[in-house]
Design a protein around this ligand. Structure first.
Ligand SMILES: C[S@@+](CC[C@H](N)C(=O)[O-])C[C@H]1O[C@@H](n2cnc3c(N)ncnc32)[C@H](O)[C@@H]1O
Length: 397
């Protein structure tokens, strides 16, 4: 105990000494001394704890991505921009129905869509399909990727997207704008090096969403274009029913060709639904956000188009036994007996309905079909809707 503190104690006890005897005084002094020591010990402990906490925070901040630190430090906001509604008015951007233009103006919703991409690092690249007036684009820029590729078919949006590019420059984000059709866009020419993680995102036009997904699933199966790296993810909007179909599990009434094809090569997840009224103009339907993560280990090495053909035939007759659709892969003369044999070989019950088939069962059926047409290649070109019928012996019937 310091001299000053001892003095204070003495004064205190001297005042009350009239009432207490010497032994009591000594005892109290001892207790008081112990209390003071305890207080000092606690103060020392608290100081040490504060120093440890400071050291910990410093090391956590050091390990955070540069972008996260910048956001934390600056409370990142984009340079002032007109609101999306003003932009739409200013440039007279009336929605064009043929291009499925339904705009999202609510920043909380666009942020929520972009959040589904997961972590976005300062080294990541994002490709947005159909940015339109740029609602989702703004949310992406706030997440500070390294590079943003915008593919928009409607050239009327160019001035507003260029404005966003200028804002992004301030944050060292490279923005490339392409006025192009995503279905024809040449990914190879514009894609980043394989080492960079790529997120594909878009509030897709309904008119092309299923076609685009099938194209990208084929790219996943071949590990080409946007999917050379297995880290590429897709965060896409679909009409609610289509979103539910993509994710429908075995036995679900919505299960269809798109469910099976999506689930063979990716893990699709329905994230949330946006009511139609959130869009301008309001579409007839609600919208589902689906995230698709390509599987690291593909479930098959079979050719995408062959699998697609078999699955398409099976689901063509979705209310009937699954063998009925499968039969249409073969010319009429022997289709029943061939189908019977191939289902046996694939170990699949032929009286299941198509929606009751698992991914593995569909793939086993695709495998036996693939083996069959290797032995009888002429059957591969058989088209049950076509005018000319060939037999399993390869002759015109
Ligand atoms: C549903 S709007 C979404 C607009 C904006 N991203 C939003 O969320 O408000 C679809 C956008 O895709 C564009 N688009 C339509 N077809 C396209 C295509 N084939 N390739 C690229 N963009 C397309 C439309 O012009 C429109 O801007």
């Amino acid at each position: 105990m310091s001299g000053k503190e001892q003095q204070k104690l003495n004064v205190k006890y001297a005042e009350s000494s009239l009432k207490l005897d010497k032994a009591q005084l000594e005892f109290m002094k001892l207790i008081e001394e112990q209390n003071l020591e305890r207080v000092q010990k606690l103060k020392r402990l608290r100081r040490n704890n504060l120093m440890t906490a400071a050291a910990l925070i410093t090391s956590v901040v050091a390990n955070m991505s540069d972008a996260a630190v910048r956001i934390l430090k600056s409370g990142l906001r984009l340079p002032p921009l007109p609101t999306l509604r003003d932009i739409v008015k200013l440039y007279n951007l009336r929605a064009v129905k043929q291009l499925s233009q339904n705009f999202l103006m609510d920043e909380r919703l666009t942020d929520k869509i972009v959040k589904q991409c997961g972590q976005i690092n300062s080294n990541d690249v994002i490709l947005e399909v159909g940015p339109g007036p740029g609602g989702i684009t703004r949310s992406i820029i706030r997440r500070e990727p390294k590079r943003l590729i915008l593919v928009e078919k409607d050239a009327r949006f160019l001035p507003t997207l260029e404005q966003l590019r200028e804002c992004a420059k301030v944050l060292n984000i490279e923005v490339d704008i392409f006025i192009d059709d995503i279905l024809r866009f040449n990914m190879e020419n514009h894609l980043p090096a394989i080492s960079q993680r790529l997120h594909l995102i878009g509030n897709l036009p309904f008119s092309i969403s299923t076609r685009l997904l099938i194209n990208w699933l084929e790219d996943v199966s071949m590990r080409r274009r946007a999917f050379q790296s297995s880290c590429t993810t897709m965060t896409l909007t679909f009409q609610k029913e289509v979103a539910e179909r993509i994710c429908a599990p075995v036995g679900h009434e919505q299960r269809c060709r798109l469910s099976v094809m999506s689930q063979i090569w990716t893990r699709p997840m329905l994230k949330f639904i946006i009511p139609g009224k959130a869009f301008v103009p309001k579409p007839e339907v609600d919208v589902g956000i689906v995230k698709l993560i390509p599987l690291k280990e593909p479930k098959t090495t079979l050719d995408f188009r062959l699998v697609e053909k078999v699955v398409r035939h099976i689901f063509n007759m979705r209310q009937k036994y699954c063998r009925r659709g499968f039969e249409t892969l073969f010319p009429p003369d022997q289709r029943e007996s061939i189908t019977f044999e191939l289902f046996k070989e694939a170990d699949v019950k032929d009286t299941l309905r198509p929606f009751q088939l698992s991914v593995d069962e569909c793939l086993r059926l695709a495998t036996v079909y693939s083996n069959f047409i290797q032995e009888k290649p002429e059957v591969a070109s058989y088209n049950f809707r076509g005018p000319k019928q060939i037999t399993c012996e390869g002759q015109a019937a």
